[in-house]
Write a protein that binds this ligand. Structure first.
Ligand code: SAM
Length: 281
């Protein structure tokens, strides 16, 4: 009999993944970290038994939280990642030659260390890139003090329980806005609206008060169960209206090969179904 994980993120729904081989299972200073092998998804990282990322489907999540804001912005040089300890987000950001500096603020050094060892395919060398500055700190504290000047801020957080909770507060979003350049873009992981609708409503309420352009966009990631995941989008700049041919030109010029992102998917991701629209105040 194989072992199965039991993820209980939602009150009425649990999901299990078969554990072909447990590679690591230990408590860091902040959370319980497991890395195991699964037939369909390859290596899987869980924190407090909630799937964070997998070798198999991480490309969808990471490509959509990086290439959408960076290509829409068009001239992003300085990028801030909050969370992102597995290195997948830094990997995708650093594929843009236009990006000169990435600050990544992760609360848990354990996630970075174990990801480097057990999930090297996630970061794919990003931690060795001289443009990456890794800060081990609480993202909420960091953003309160930073001088800012970021063109894009990406919040790659856990769900709003435990250390990730502060990253879903109005105070945090207000500080994030202050840390952006005038046409800068804030994007956030906002859970699966079908399962975690309240999370999206809260974030969108805060974004609407802060930004002239506040919405969310969607992508379906197999291990985040319950339909498409929502990514918060907030900016005072014109980036969302970038025409498709301009996006295509920027994408072609970047020379980046993607498995999920295309300029067509980028545009379509902002088309929201009724039940998601109704969650936005
Ligand atoms: N993609 C995942 C998901 O949606 O399930 C999340 C990715 S995981 C890399 C999120 C990271 O955020 C974890 O490494 C966690 O340690 C980090 N994190 C949680 N709270 C944080 C905080 N307050 N400041 C900085 N990083 C934090």
């Amino acid at each position: 009999m194989s072992d199965w994980t039991r993820e209980r993120l939602h009150p009425d729904y649990a999901q299990s993944l078969r554990v072909d081989e447990m590679l690591y299972d230990s408590k860091t200073d902040h959370q319980r970290l497991k890395v195991f092998e699964n037939g369909t998804f390859g290596r899987v990282l869980t924190l407090d038994d909630v799937v964070q990322t997998t070798e198999g489907d991480n490309f969808i999540y990471h490509e959509m939280l990086t290439h959408v804001p960076i290509l829409a912005h068009g001239a992003a040089r300085r990028v801030l990642i909050i969370g992102g300890g597995d290195g997948g987000m830094a990997r995708e950001v650093l594929r843009h030659d236009s990006v000169t500096h990435v600050t990544m603020v992760e609360i848990d050094a354990g996630v970075v260390e174990f990801s480097k060892e057990y999930l090297p395919m996630l970061s794919a060398g990003a931690f060795d890139d001289p443009r990456l500055e890794l800060v081990i700190a609480d993202g909420a504290e960091f953003i309160r003090r930073t001088a800012g000047g970021y063109d894009v801020i990406i919040v790659d957080s856990t769900d709003p329980i435990g250390p990730g909770e502060v990253l879903f507060t109005d105070t945090f979003y207000g500080h994030a806005k202050r840390a952006l350049t005038t046409d800068g873009i804030l994007v956030t992981q906002n859970g699966v609206p079908f399962m975690q609708g309240g999370e999206l409503t809260n974030t969108m309420g805060a974004f609407r008060a802060l930004f002239s352009d506040a919405t969310c966009y969607l992508a379906t990631i197999p291990t985040y169960a319950g339909g498409p995941m929502a990514f918060g989008w907030g900016t005072d700049g014109p980036a969302r209206a970038t025409p498709p041919d301009v996006l295509q030109g920027r994408f072609d010029a970047s020379g980046i090969a993607t498995d999920y992102y295309t300029p067509e998917v980028h545009k379509a991701a902002f088309a929201l179904p009724g039940y998601v629209k109704r969650l936005i105040p």
